[in-house]
Design a protein around this ligand. Structure first.
Ligand code: PLP
Length: 404
């Protein structure tokens, strides 16, 4: 008797935590130290949880042992609604907010509630691959629109328009973007939203990095630009408050909800099927949003994240045959390996070979649904000196690397 995984999983691909991880774990078990530059987990790199959040969670813990409302506790939803109003989102009330065990859970619920088998969702390439994976798992088809590296990784609006069919149901916008670090200017967002408007698409705006922006980049919430569209905006504490392990996220519905009444009933049912999000993590939301966020100190010139982003970008560009667009937001860089200089036809192999030789774990570009094996993603979370040394080692490895 053999228990086999469901055939529903056969097309689902999620490389960030993919097979290379097993090799990294085996190396660690054999006593090697592996530099894990694969998952955007600030805690691994010495970023501490803000004290006020931890203290408030501890204080509230004795009251957090029961199930809550399946959408989340009122005080936390109120805090999210207030944050949205401050960001210019149109008319957000507590009933428009759903809390979740991280954005990941809410992404899964939001997509599942919408799709019929064969429905299409427009997802960027490269993407945060959860969007593609959950669309596939829900019986849909992720159709990838290209982002243009030669234009600061902004979405190519012509390519996006050309991919819309009568099966297209939704448009995913990831801004600031993981993995490219792009932060979209108003004209790009307006162009995307206009396509959604003309084709009656629901908009999923994944804005989990909304406060992690560098230089003169400004994050514009998609929902603030399109009060006439049904937009689901996703945010949370994992990145901007550096508490990924708490699993605290939210989803906010804006726009003409009367056109989404039936959908929202479905979403509410899915929310109640998981009973409620973890209650202590909901108190973390209320605590976090009720106090000033120190993220700006980290992203401003001289701040730790700013310096690390700069150093990673400089050092990557010093590697012969490698070029990297400067990230304007988020916690990653997505460099290009010039195929004319380095002949890599299997980027997963490249990432595995790098791991085995240098004990550095990055993620291959194709893991983000990028169509060719000529990119990888690296975190900008380690201290600048550690990043410099790791990128130096990646450069030396690449120089002598050949794929047969
Ligand atoms: N969206 C994007 C673009 C991400 O990069 C991540 C995590 O890396 C998530 C969503 C999920 O975040 P969480 O489930 O921790 O809230």
């Amino acid at each position: 008797m053999e228990f086999r995984q469901s055939s529903k999983l056969s097309e689902v691909c999620y490389e960030i935590r993919g097979p290379v991880i097993e090799h990294a774990n085996a190396l660690e078990e054999a006593g090697h130290s592996v530099l894990r530059l694969n998952t955007g987990n600030p805690a691994l790199f010495g970023f501490e949880a803000p004290e006020e959040i931890v203290q408030d969670m501890i204080r509230m813990l004795p009251q957090a042992h029961g199930y809550t409302d399946s959408r989340g506790i009122l005080s936390a939803r109120r805090a999210v609604a207030q944050r949205c109003q401050a960001q210019g989102l149109p008319e957000v009330g507590v009933d428009d907010v759903f809390l979740g065990n991280g954005v990941s859970e809410l992404v899964s619920m939001a997509v599942q509630a919408l799709l019929e088998d064969g429905d299409e969702v427009l997802v960027p390439a490269p993407d945060f691959p959860l969007w593609t994976a959950v669309t596939t798992l829900a019986g849909g088809r992720a159709v990838h629109y290209l982002c243009d590296e030669s234009a600061d990784w902004y979405p190519d609006l012509d390519d996006l328009a050309s991919k819309i069919t009568d099966r297209t149901k939704a448009l995913v916008i990831i801004n600031p973007n993981n993995p490219t670090g792009a932060v979209y200017p108003r004209e790009i967002l307006d162009g995307m939203l206009d396509l959604a408007r003309r084709n009656q698409l629901m908009v999923f705006a994944d804005e989990i990095y909304d406060q992690i922006v560098y230089d003169d980049a400004e994050h514009l919430p998609a929902a603030s630009l399109a009060p006439d569209l049904v937009v689901l905006t996703f945010g949370g504490l994992s990145k901007t408050y550096r508490v990924a392990g708490f699993r605290s996220g939210w989803l906010v519905v804006t726009g003409p909800r009367q056109h989404a009444r039936n959908y929202l009933e479905g979403l509410t049912m899915l929310a109640s099927m998981r009973l409620c999000p973890n209650a202590p993590a909901q108190y973390a939301i209320q605590a976090a949003l009720g106090s000033p966020n120190s993220i700006r100190e980290l992203t401003a010139p001289g701040g730790r994240l700013y310096e690390q982003r700069d150093r990673a970008w400089q050092k990557l560009n010093e590697i012969p045959g490698v070029s990297c667009v400067k990230p304007k937001g988020a916690l990653y860089a997505f460099p290009r390996i010039d195929p004319a200089v380095h002949k890599i036809h299997d980027d997963e192999r490249f990432v595995l070979d790098l791991l085995l030789r240098e004990k550095i774990q990055v993620v291959q570009g194709t893991g983000f649904n990028w169509p060719s094996p000529d990119h990888f993603r690296i975190l900008t979370l380690p201290h600048a000196d550690e990043l410099e040394s790791a990128i130096g080692r990646i450069g030396r490895f690449l120089t002598g690397y050949r794929q047969g």
